[in-house]
Design a protein around this ligand. Structure first.
Ligand SMILES: Nc1nc2c(ncn2[C@@H]2O[C@H](COP(=O)(O)OP(=O)(O)OP(=O)(O)O)[C@@H](O)[C@H]2O)c(=O)[nH]1
Length: 200
């Protein structure tokens, strides 16, 4: 049986994989994200995804290790999690009514062979127009501080999102269609490793 290891502390990534039939072991990478720089948001999230997967792959003898990193790209800048309520408020006041790209870097390492497959997935996100009072209430909920881009699709942020173009799981934190392709690049079919369905 192919062991799947998720090198991420993200509860949302784990939930997406479990709902999709996998039951990964979680080993948090502990990579210091602040220490990494890059030329572009896409390069940043890919470098970080690869660093997280590589850090955990060293601890695993046999299995597929998945590392991810998500950033919001707006005006060519990369936005991760806000560092304060004030920052989250400022971001929402400047991004409401606008369109950005949620980028998630993905890296899968087959620890038995050392083979690696990595790519960035991009989803266009259109922000709604919450009022200053709504922004204050959303920031006060604490949710924006825990997520890249200070918004969620599937949480309280969903009230303030006008729509997306592309894969929604990528916004939540891990793109299932891209992950299926990366597994295939490593010779693994996702339907051969998902748990047998129990929907009868
Ligand atoms: N539920 C949910 N979570 C989101 C959404 N957008 C971003 N996130 C989360 O925001 C976090 C992005 O930060 P990252 O640095 O990529 O990941 P992390 O949570 O710090 O965990 P590591 O992978 O261990 O670094 C992830 O946990 C994503 O799942 C969303 O729309 N819904």
């Amino acid at each position: 049986m192919t062991e799947i290891i998720l090198a991420s502390a993200s509860p949302a990534r784990l939930a997406v994989l479990r709902e999709a039939g996998l039951d990964p072991e979680v080993i948090v990478s502990g990579v210091d994200e602040e220490a990494v720089t890059a030329e572009s948001p896409a390069e940043l999230c890919l470098v970080l995804a690869r660093a997280k997967a590589a850090a955990v792959a060293e601890m695993v003898a046999q299995g597929l290790v998945i590392g991810c990193d998500s950033v919001l790209e707006l005006d060519g800048q990369a936005y991760g999690k806000p560092k304060s309520a004030e920052e989250a408020t400022g971001r929402w006041r400047s991004m409401r009514g606008r369109t950005g790209r949620l980028l998630t870097g993905h890296c899968v390492i087959d620890t038995a062979t050392g083979a690696e497959a990595a790519q960035v997935a991009s989803t266009t996100v259109r922000f709604g127009t919450p009022s200053d009072e709504e922004i204050a209430a959303y920031v006060a909920s604490g949710e924006p501080l825990r997520v890249a881009g200070a918004f969620t699709l599937d949480g309280r942020g969903g009230w303030f999102m006008d729509g997306i173009e592309g894969d929604h799981t990528n916004v939540i934190g891990i793109s299932l269609p891209l992950l299926r392709r990366l597994f295939a690049d490593l010779g693994v079919s996702v339907t051969s490793i998902w748990k047998q369905g129990s929907f009868h």
